[in-house]
Design a protein around this ligand. Sequence first.
Ligand code: BES
Ligand code: MN
Ligand code: ZN
Length: 491
Amino acid sequence: MKTLISTRSLESVESPFLAVLVSDNQAPLKDASLERAIASGDYKGKKDEALLVYGAPPGKAERILLVGIGKATEITRSSIRRGAAIAARRARSLGTKTVTIAVAKEARGGLGVAEIVQVAIEGAAQGGWQFTELKKQPEDPKPELESVEIVINKADKEDAEAGRRIGDAVAAGYLFTRNLQMQPGNLCTPTFLGEQARKLATTYKFGVTILDLAQIKKEGMGALLAVAQGSAEEPRFIVLEYQGGTGAPVVLIGKGVTFDSGGISIKPAANMEDMKFDKSGATAVLGAFEVLGRLKPRINVVGLIPATENLPSGTAIKPGDVVKSHLGKTIEIINTDAEGRLILCDALSYARRFKPAAAIDAATLTGAVVVALGHHAIGLLGNDEALLAEVRDAGERAGERCWPLPLWDEYRELLKSDVADVKNSGGRAAGTIAGAWFLREFVDSFPWVHLDIAGTAYLEGEGPSHAKGPTAIGVRLFTEFLLKRAGAAGA
Ligand code: BES
Ligand code: MN
Ligand code: ZN
């Protein structure tokens, strides 16, 4: 997806598809066709309301789409991102290869030009996405959205280009992640995730270490091994290192279960195919590295991905088994479907060697977070109030909202085992908190935040700004977090 900045007036835009984000029902440009449609009073300019007209002089655009993004006083980065996504989705379904996007003056809220351009590009990437890679005969084939043009005032060109640089990088990371999430379990295996990481490392000159089965054994990652032992696919433990600054790194950790059947505690068959999305934490980390490689901010970042399948077999772990983790603590397996925490606990233990300034893990960890927050918020838990606030803030800017749940000491009781140091499931009560408490048992005195993305990693239905399927959640949040920490867009 190519992007460009245009400083033409809206009347002189020659585009097959000009989308203008508006906060009211005024015509944002002189165009006979648009003015007539507005005069009819049919269009109210409400949030998500779209009006398509075929342009007429003095306007030059072939098609004009007005997209309502809500009241002028309530406009945020998310409103612009969403409006741009709606525009790109429409362009996509019409089959125009180009979309030109402008934001009416009244619809800019208090936002700066750089961030408007950035989030408009992010939105266009979101709305223009479609996955046909695995179809031999796509029904109703439509061309890719090739270019996105953003119209701004001449005086704002420099700011707009700065925003475009970030928007382009985020869009690339986002699309990389969303396509990778979509890959089925037979293609996207732990080995395949490792190859993806290695490719990123080659392209952007990251440090990379990929532990295979023998090396994982040697490293003593007994909890990751316990999950992997039921599968014929070898596990991988992936380490990516980006060095752009000085000082202790931020460590990003992503759950990489390439398929979660539940293991011996097998899941019901209905919708089990969605468990290919159980690698969404891992793909978010990889997408964040794609962004890092492009923007090169002044910060050090380590990415850790424990990758495995979770399958039942004659060699699989069983309820009641006790395994020894990388940290040394013993774990009683109560439920083999609580596998995410097992692979993550070894990653958190491995993270100690980097002396992290902060560690953030993203994981499709619990169905309980869907019960608590539905599909609109990431569950946010951790051991450090300042870091929790910082991550939550990054989520707001990214349009990937987080909502806190408590990690009070009382909840630790849920994980007391009769035979081992800790058990891997505390039953139905407070499932998301119990999952996070388990992880906390393996966090050795560094600031840490856990993001439970089980409700937000993929959508079961489509919306006006989003197709059904994966969301690349985490890529934008990680980016916002790291760029803010780095202090600038980079070298
Ligand atoms: N991968 C699942 C969580 C999940 C559920 C992700 C729905 C996406 C959508 C996870 O491994 C899991 O199975 N968790 C169990 C934990 C329980 C056994 C303690 C769950 O939530 O039921
Ligand atoms: Mn599971
Ligand atoms: Zn899982």
